[in-house]
Design a protein. Structure first.
Length: 299
């Protein structure tokens, strides 16, 4: 075999060797993946995310997927001729809409289970209702009633520990029971964050439609690779962060301060973004960490 033929083979070997310390570091550790955005509607990206999660599982991680489904819900609302209503960016969820939301999210959930199973890994699709995983209270938006939208008050992760112990990859749909035992829709970012906190996950990864956090949102060259929690708080205070990124950043800070070791905001439009972030020295997106001492460390 010539040197030219050997070069691509050696490059593949180097990629695997680069991943070795990360595989060692995170073996048997829990990683919560909040799956949403374009990666949920583009079929190739959807498959890429599932392949990443399966690979993580097979090399010794304990991944848990928490998925949204807002775009799919909006599509079905339109198909059925229902008129969507929003208050301060939050979907008003009346009785009929809640019924539709639950059906659509369960459909999405089982499709993800099917994809994981096809790759040879056991998956279990559950909702926040199962095993009392998520308990919520009614959420209001600046005092306005927005229907059956829930604010998480309690997480009981026993069902997730049981599934992980039995070698399943859990896939969680963000629907929960209220203290009144009614069904409520829950923000998937909030569900992923609260589950990661309750399980003291090693990592929490949010798949989004942006590269990460920018110091100046209008300038893509200001992408921030790593942030400690105090720096993230300063970004919020400075007024640079707004819109949909603000609650996401708050979730990141809250998770870090509650014991999650690292939180990542990743561009889900990039194929295999999870592997690129977790298994390479450079990584992509923005990583949130607690302690200045571990900033820019190899793992």
């Amino acid at each position: 075999m010539t040197d030219k033929d050997m070069k691509p083979i050696l490059e593949k070997a180097n990629v695997l060797i680069e991943a070795l310390p990360y595989i060692q570091r995170f073996n048997r550790k829990i990683i919560v993946i909040k799956y949403g955005g374009s990666a949920m509607v583009n079929d190739d990206l959807k498959q890429s995310v599932i392949e990443d999660a399966v690979l993580l599982k097979l090399v010794g991680f304990k991944p848990i997927i928490v998925h949204g489904g807002g775009k799919e819900i909006s599509k079905w609302v339109g198909k059925l001729g229902m008129e969507p209503q929003f208050v301060n960016g939050l979907r008003v969820t009346d009785e009929a809409t809640m019924e539709l939301v639950e059906m659509v999210l369960n459909k999405v959930n089982k499709n993800l289970v099917q994809r994981v199973e096809k790759l040879g890994v056991k998956a279990a699709g559950i909702s926040g209702k199962d095993g009392g995983l998520l308990t919520v209270t009614k959420k209001y938006s600046e005092g306005q009633d927005i229907g059956y939208v829930g604010q998480i008050t309690k997480v009981d992760p026993k069902i997730l520990y049981d599934l992980l112990e039995k070698d399943f990859l859990p896939i969680v749909c963000p629907v929960a029971l209220g203290e009144d035992y009614h069904t409520y829709n829950v923000n998937a970012d909030d569900a992923a964050s609260e589950i990661a906190k309750a399980m003291k996950a090693e990592k929490l990864a949010f798949l989004t439609d942006i590269e990460g956090v920018y110091k100046d949102p209008k300038d893509e060259s200001t992408l921030i690779s790593e942030l400690i929690d105090t720096e993230a708080k300063e970004l919020i205070r400075s007024g640079y962060i707004g819109g949909g990124m603000l609650p996401k950043l708050s979730n990141c800070i809250d998770a870090i301060e509650s014991g999650v070791q690292r939180v990542h905001i990743l561009d889900g439009r990039i194929p295999h973004c999870l592997l690129l972030e977790i298994f390479t020295n450079k990584g992509i997106g923005t990583a949130f960490i607690k302690d200045e001492d571990v900033k820019y460390s190899a793992v």
